[in-house]
Design a protein around this ligand. Structure first.
Ligand SMILES: Nc1ncnc2c1ncn2[C@@H]1O[C@H](COP(=O)(O)OP(=O)(O)OP(=O)(O)O)[C@@H](O)[C@H]1O
Ligand SMILES: [Mg+2]
Length: 425
């Protein structure tokens, strides 16, 4: 990895000397130096290049001296390390510099071996601090997101619970209503058959309500009410499986149930609509054992990966002609398999546009997105990665090439280390 160092000194010769001394490392791109002749210029350069990790600065310079620069560095980037170069014996300035957060100091004339060692140490320290900060940010993002998920989960679980009861009694009553209605039709038909006397008031009422049409339409109507309620019931079941407000507990889970419930929740996005043809989902489920995991979180991973596939396919279809779409319809392919007795693997592939190698490499970075503002936050896959890799000791990989579709491979160990002994087959 290239390390970037900013040298701040009003002595123009220093640039030449440094370029000479470090020429090997500069040539091999191990080190990149940039130069400024006072504190103000240094701040401008830091503004335009956030990759700079170490600032090597003189103290006495025009416009803004090194001590003033030190006071500004912390506000700019707290991970930066500053090394101060001062005259031999200038203890007062060295004390001030250290108090203002300098990482180390060197004395003039510069001993280049000492300089090399000091830069090395400073760069290592910057890299470590930046890695720690990134890890901390990821952990924070994960925490915020899981808090959000937990509260959304609670909300959805609450609403689902409230809807489930009325749906259940409508479903139960629709069945009775259908039976009663058949009985009523039978009685009515018997009347019409055996009570043949023509009573004008009854005749008028039959015509007014269009009885024949009603008799023909009512069964269809009741049937569609039953279908609708059954669908509501299955959505409620899926929501319950999907949200399982169990973010803190591992349990044995049927992965296929998780995938199916996610697909039901995404159903509206898979169906054809005005702007998009249907997206077909093909499943090839292996014989999977129950898996010890956090079900709500794994469902979140399925949701993120499937929603991304749908986004990619929808986007792809906008740029394809009808003939191209018909020749190669949008498809998501889900395959599961158990590997020996210790892990399960889920493949989720799409025949969408695929991605460039550059995108593939940044895929799991927090906030990386190629979607327009308001559509993507760039968190879906980074959170999925944390759930699979950190929370489940699994692996999440992506195989993709531009114009050749995308495949995500999720591997989850069947047992989690801490409670392995308690699980049943
Ligand atoms: N199946 C896919 N096909 C093509 N590109 C994909 C696919 N899945 C993910 N990507 C790319 O990876 C990027 C990051 O995905 P990620 O899910 O992390 O964020 P997002 O979908 O952009 O936003 P968010 O999920 O937070 O709403 C996407 O913006 C997209 O460019
Ligand atoms: Mg996403």
């Amino acid at each position: 990895m290239t390390a970037k160092i900013l040298v701040v000194d009003d002595e123009p010769l220093l640039e030449y000397v440094i370029q000479q001394h470090f020429r090997e490392k500069i040539r091999s791109n191990e080190l990149v130096f940039s130069f400024a002749s006072n504190g103000r210029q240094a701040l401008e350069q830091l503004e335009s290049d956030p990759q700079i990790g170490v600032v090597l600065t003189d103290i006495n310079m025009p416009e803004m001296d090194g001590l003033d620069l030190l006071s500004h560095l912390k506000e700019k980037d707290s991970t930066l390390k500053a090394v101060v170069v001062s005259a031999y014996g200038d203890l007062a300035n060295i004390r001030t510099a250290m108090n203002r957060g300098a990482f180390d100091f060197l004395t003039k004339p510069i001993d280049f071996n000492d300089l090399e060692l000091t830069l090395q140490r400073s760069l290592e320290s910057v890299q470590q601090t930046r890695a720690d900060v990134t890890q901390l940010q990821q952990a924070q993002t994960y925490l915020i997101q899981s808090e959000k998920l937990a509260s959304i989960g609670e909300l959805v679980a609450g609403i689902t619970h409230e809807i489930t009861n009325p749906v259940t009694f409508i479903l139960g009553n629709v069945e009775h209503a259908e039976n009663y209605f058949h009985d009523l039709i039978n009685v009515l038909n018997l009347y019409r058959r055996y009570c043949v006397e023509n009573i004008p008031r009854i005749q008028a009422a039959i015509e007014a309500v269009e009885l024949d049409f009603v008799l023909e339409d009512l069964p269809k109507l009741l049937n569609s009410m039953r279908e609708g309620t059954e669908r509501l019931d299955s959505i409620c079941k899926s929501m319950r499986t999907f949200v399982r407000a169990d973010t803190s507990a591992k349990e044995l889970f049927d992965i296929h149930e998780g995938i199916s419930s996610t697909l039901i929740i995404l159903k509206h996005r898979l169906k054809a609509n005005d702007s998009c043809p249907e997206i077909e989902v093909v499943t090839d489920y292996g014989d999977l054992p129950l898996v010890e995991c956090y079900p709500g979180q794994l469902n979140q991973v399925f949701m993120n990966i499937l929603a991304n596939a749908i986004d990619a396919l929808e986007d792809y279809n906008l740029s394809r002609t009808e003939a191209e779409i018909q020749a190669n319809p949008s498809r998501i392919y889900i395959r599961t398999e158990a590997i020996a007795n210790y892990k399960i693997v889920i493949h989720i592939a799409d025949n969408g546009p695929g991605m460039t190698e550059e995108v593939r490499q940044k895929l799991f970075d927090p906030f990386f997105t190629t979607k327009p503002v308001g559509k993507g936050t760039g968190l879906g896959l980074s959170i999925s990665y944390q759930i699979v890799v950190w929370k489940h000791n699994g692996q999440l990989k992506c195989n993709s090439k531009q114009s050749q579709g995308t495949e995500f491979v999720i591997e989850i160990p069947r047992h989690q280390p801490s409670i392995q002994a308690n699980t049943q087959e």
